[in-house]
Design a protein around this ligand. Structure first.
Ligand code: DGL
Length: 269
């Protein structure tokens, strides 16, 4: 692992760009190699075995690009495949996910007694957040709900408008959420609807979204291993397994600027 090597970030598609954006802002000297598995998106409905298979292959691709750290910037893949990817990569490079940093932040916040969790079907069905929270904060009550429509709604550009607010309201009216004091946005698309979620709860519920929490943790990890880049030398690369114009245009929603997507046929061999 060299300081000049890039950070590898992957997701089922383009939602993970919210995390890549936060990493890029907090670590401006780092080069990012991003991989979005647009061939298989959405991961939310896929089996654990399928997501593990995809994730292992993508992790090998990032390792082949000499990445010094691999970040799984997808909650669904973090839930299904973090352990297997970590075991597979061994001590070659550190592997991080978007779940643990958020769980630790929630557990450390002693003013939270009941937390709500929303995410894809895969993430919610795995129970990973509840399980990890129970270990760190046994007294914390958690309630979760799969909000399957939200990721595709956001990708279609529906956020901060009356349609998105109606969909969000109907999910958040879930009775178990009536007395929560915190909410985890357990999907990399959801930072775009953070304001709408917060306003549904009249801003009385603390919202935990992963992007900045995770970027800070990546920064700490690089510092701890003494592999932070001193000087920016190379531009980011954003690869996708299936390229469309529409994906490229949608990147702006998640990365705040339009970026160029490069097609890499990882599944073509
Ligand atoms: N990026 C995924 C996540 O954070 C959501 C989209 C998908 O289902 O692939 O869970």
């Amino acid at each position: 692992m060299n300081k000049e090597d890039p950070i590898g970030i992957f997701d089922s598609g383009i939602g993970g760009l919210t995390v890549a954006n936060a990493v890029s802002k907090q670590l401006p000297n780092e080069q990012i190699i991003y991989f979005g598995d647009t061939t298989h998106l959405p991961y939310g409905d896929k089996s654990t075995e399928a997501i593990q298979h995809y994730s292992l292959h993508i992790a090998d691709f990032l390792l082949g690009k000499r990445c010094k750290l691999i970040l799984i910037a997808c909650n669904t893949a973090s839930a299904a495949a973090f352990d297997i990817v970590k075991t597979h990569i061994g001590d070659k490079v550190p592997v991080m996910n978007v779940i643990d940093p958020v769980v630790e932040a929630v557990a450390a916040n002693t003013s939270i007694n009941k937390i709500g969790i929303i995410g894809t079907k895969g993430t919610i069905k795995s129970g990973v957040y509840e399980h990890k929270l129970k270990t760190l904060r046994p007294d914390l009550e958690s309630v979760s709900l799969a909000t399957a429509l939200l990721a595709s709604m956001i990708e279609a550009g529906f956020y901060n408008n009356s349609v998105s607010q109606a969909v969000i309201n109907s999910y958040l009216a879930y009775p178990d959420f009536s007395d929560i004091d915190g909410m985890i946005l357990a999907c990399t698309h959801y930072p775009l609807i953070e304001k709408e979620i917060s306003s549904y709860f009249n801003h009385h519920v603390k919202i935990f979204e992963s992007t900045n929490i995770v970027a800070t943790r990546v920064k700490e990890k690089l510092a701890e291993l003494n592999i932070m880049n001193d000087e920016r030398r190379n531009t980011h690369h954003f690869f996708v397994s299936d390229f469309t114009e529409s994906f490229e245009q949608t990147t702006k929603l998640f990365f705040q600027e339009k970026i160029h997507l490069e097609h890499f046929g990882i599944w073509d061999e």
